[in-house]
Design a binder for this molecule. Sequence first.
Ligand SMILES: NC(=O)c1ccc[n+]([C@@H]2O[C@H](COP(=O)([O-])OP(=O)(O)OC[C@H]3O[C@@H](n4cnc5c(N)ncnc54)[C@H](OP(=O)(O)O)[C@@H]3O)[C@@H](O)[C@H]2O)c1
Length: 259
Amino acid sequence: MDRHVLITGASRGIGYALARECRSRGARVTMLAANPDRIAKAAAEVGGTPLAIDLSDLDRVAAVLPEAEAANGPVDVLVNNAARMGMGPLARLDAQTLRDVLTTNLLAPAELSRAAAAAMVPRRRGAIVAVSSLAGEMALRNIPAYGSSKAGLSYLTRALQRELAGTGVCAQLVLLGGVDTDLLRENQADPVAGPASVRLAKVVPTPSADVVGRRIADHIVSGRRRTLVLPAAATGAVALRHSLTALSDLLLKGLPRSL
Ligand SMILES: NC(=O)c1ccc[n+]([C@@H]2O[C@H](COP(=O)([O-])OP(=O)(O)OC[C@H]3O[C@@H](n4cnc5c(N)ncnc54)[C@H](OP(=O)(O)O)[C@@H]3O)[C@@H](O)[C@H]2O)c1
């Protein structure tokens, strides 16, 4: 894997596991997170380059690609993985949490994807990967900000896949169910979302971050546009939900591309 991979949210959980996996396959890895101490420690463990930037501060997001490129050269793979949850019903969510979740999980990845696509298309190579959630495919209670940010991120990636077709740049979508990380534990501590998540975990096994990190690394290497859904059992339901996208693909067939 002779590539520069930039992973957001790489101080722990899935991003950390993915960074370690990419590094073990020979990639140069830039690891971004908000907490400077955590990302410095994680990067030292993995052999990556730490980048401490809080993605909830949109003014700082413009610095991400230039700083990563100054350290490790052009970014070949951008993985938009960082996210926060912000538990609670919308009416009880404070305005700052709502803004921070939507900025970290959707606006920052949109801006990073925009900048990465603009740089990658002239080089005719690269991948833009979104780590999204099945929570964005269904309406749940007590995660309104998180769920809508993930629905938006998945939409953005599906749109990008179509805009980038034929350019040599690939947009890849990863849709995850429960994975054993701090984020899931935060969800499971909520009095409403928690029991539902625990019920689901009894039916569908919860993989470790290491297992999921390996699956995402395999998906990146494959270069496949097909959405990676984990658990795989949810693939059919996701495809059914997107039957209208298949219709829009038919409507757009043969029309000129703008990239
Ligand atoms: N775990 C699950 O069950 C599950 C299910 C579906 C989808 N996912 C998706 O998988 C991805 C990874 O989740 P995870 O479970 O590994 O979460 P996690 O263990 O909570 O880790 C979150 C990572 O994101 C970083 N982060 C959070 N807010 C940030 C900000 N404002 N700026 C920069 N970095 C920030 C954290 O960095 P700090 O150390 O600086 O806080 C941390 O590295 C997320 O996109 C999540 O939506 C997870």
